[in-house]
Design a protein around this ligand. Structure first.
Ligand code: XIL
Length: 362
C-alpha cells in the first residue's frame, strides 16, 4: 500500500514538473494564484471578432510551441509582438554578429498564419548587450554600430514586421531626457538618427516611439510630445506613438489617459496601446483575486477600450496585451506582489476582463 502511494506521489511530482511553465524566466504559478477557474466565462466572441482594429499579444518563441497557447492566440489575436526576443540583447550577440533563431521563429509563425508582427524594440537602454556598453572605444564607432544594427534588423524582416518601436523609454519620470548610453554617445539627436536609419533600411515600415508613464505624468507627456513635434517639423519619419498602458485597476484616471491620446491624435499620428496589463493588487494586500477586483478589472478594461474607440479609425493601430495568462505576467516579478493583470487564468480560462473588452463594443 505504502509503496503504491509512493509511486503515485512520484508520478504526481513528475507530472507537476512536466506541466511547469515553458519559460523559465517567467514567474511560476504561486500558491497565491487562483488555480481554480474562478471569475471566468465562456466567450462567444473572440477579441479580434469584437474589435474593428488589430488586437495584439506579446508572446515568446517557447510559448508558440504549445497548442493551448496558440489556440487562444489564433482565436483572439491578429497581431503579435516579441515580449523580449526581438530586443538588442537577444539579437546582437557581438559587433556584426546576430542571433536570429528566436525572432525568426516568431516572425515565421506569424507570417505563415497571416498574423501581423509589431517589432519591439530596436533601441532600449534596458536591453543593451554588455559588450556594447563596455567594449566600444569611440563615439563614432558606437553610432556606426547602432546604425548597422537597426538597418540589419529592419531590412532582414522587411514588411513581415509591419512596424517597429524604434526607440523605447527615452524619457525619465521627472520630465527630462533619460541619460542613456545612446544619448551619451550619439548626442541628443539620437532619436531622430535612429528613426532615420530605420526609414533608410525600409521606407514602407511604420515607425513608432514607445513610452510608459505618459498617461499619468504631464511632464513626461510634454517632453515626449516636444520630441515628436521636433521630428515632425524636421520631416523625420515617425508614424505613431505607443502608450504602454501598464495601469492599475484605479490608477490613472481616464481623463489623464485621454490627455495623452488626444495629444497624439492632434498630430495625426497612429496610437498604439502597446503593452496593456491591469494590476489589481498594487498595494500587495491580496493573496487571491477577489470577486470585487475581478469586476473592477473587467470595468476598467471596458473603459480603456471605449476610450480607444473614440480615436479616429484611421489612427487606431491596435491594442496589444503584454502576455496571455496571469502567471506569465512580467509585473509579478517586477513589483514583487501576487497579481492577476491579464485576460487568462493559468488554466487558460478567459477571465471577466476578457468579457470587459468584448462588452466595450456593445
Ligand atoms: C519586459 C518583458 O515583459 C520581460 O519578459 C523582459 O524580461 C523585460 O522586459 N516596458 C517595455 C517592455 O517596453 O519591453 C518590458 O517587457 C516591460 C516594460
Amino acid at each position: 500500500m505504502c509503496m503504491r502511494l509512493a509511486i503515485v506521489l512520484i508520478i504526481c511530482i513528475f507530472l507537476g514538473l512536466l506541466s511547469c511553465d515553458e519559460d523559465s524566466t517567467s514567474p511560476t504559478v504561486t500558491s497565491a494564484s487562483p488555480l481554480a477557474s474562478t471569475f471566468t466565462y465562456s466567450p462567444t466572441l473572440s477579441l479580434q471578432q469584437a474589435a474593428p482594429f488589430p488586437v495584439g499579444l506579446a508572446t515568446q518563441s517557447g510559448r508558440i510551441q504549445h497548442t493551448r497557447h496558440t489556440d487562444i492566440l489564433e482565436r483572439d489575436f491578429n497581431s503579435i509582438t516579441a515580449e523580449y526576443e526581438m530586443k538588442q540583447q537577444t539579437i546582437h550577440t557581438f559587433e556584426g554578429q546576430y542571433n536570429w533563431q528566436e525572432p525568426d521563429a516568431l516572425v515565421d509563425y506569424a507570417d505563415s498564419r497571416g498574423i501581423r508582427v509589431h517589432g519591439h524594440a530596436l533601441i532600449w537602454h534596458q536591453s543593451t548587450p554588455s559588450w556594447l556598453e563596455t567594449q566600444v572605444e569611440t563615439d563614432s564607432a558606437f553610432e556606426a554600430i547602432i546604425q548597422s544594427y537597426i538597418q540589419e534588423v529592419v531590412s532582414r524582416y522587411g514588411n513581415k514586421v509591419a512596424s517597429w518601436d524604434v526607440v523605447n523609454e527615452a524619457f525619465d519620470d521627472e520630465g527630462g531626457w533619460r541619460n542613456t548610453i545612446f544619448r551619451q554617445r550619439m548626442g541628443e539627436d539620437y532619436i531622430a538618427k535612429c528613426f532615420q536609419y530605420a526609414h533608410e533600411a525600409d521606407s514602407s515600415i511604420l515607425l513608432f516611439y514607445n513610452e510608459y508613464g505618459t498617461i499619468w505624468n504631464e511632464g513626461k507627456l510634454a517632453v515626449m510630445m516636444e520630441m515628436v513635434d521636433d521630428l515632425l517639423l524636421r520631416g523625420i519619419p515617425i508614424d505613431g506613438v505607443g502608450l504602454q498602458m501598464h495601469v492599475g485597476y484605479q490608477f490613472p484616471a481616464l481623463s489623464l489617459m485621454k490627455r495623452a491620446v488626444d495629444a497624439i491624435v492632434e498630430r495625426g499620428l497612429l496610437v498604439h496601446f502597446s503593452e496593456v496589463d491591469i494590476r489589481v493588487n498594487p498595494d500587495g494586500k491580496l493573496t487571491r483575486l477577489t470577486e470585487e477586483r475581478a469586476i473592477a478589472q473587467e470595468n476598467r478594461l471596458k473603459e480603456i477600450v471605449q476610450l480607444y474607440q473614440d480615436i479616429p479609425a484611421d489612427l487606431q493601430y491596435g491594442i496589444t496585451f503584454w502576455g496571455l495568462r496571469d502567471n506569465e505576467s512580467w509585473v509579478i516579478n517586477f513589483w514583487g506582489n501576487p497579481d492577476w493583470p491579464l485576460l487568462y487564468t493559468p488554466d487558460y480560462d478567459a477571465k471577466w476582463a476578457h468579457r470587459g473588452f468584448v462588452e466595450a463594443f456593445d
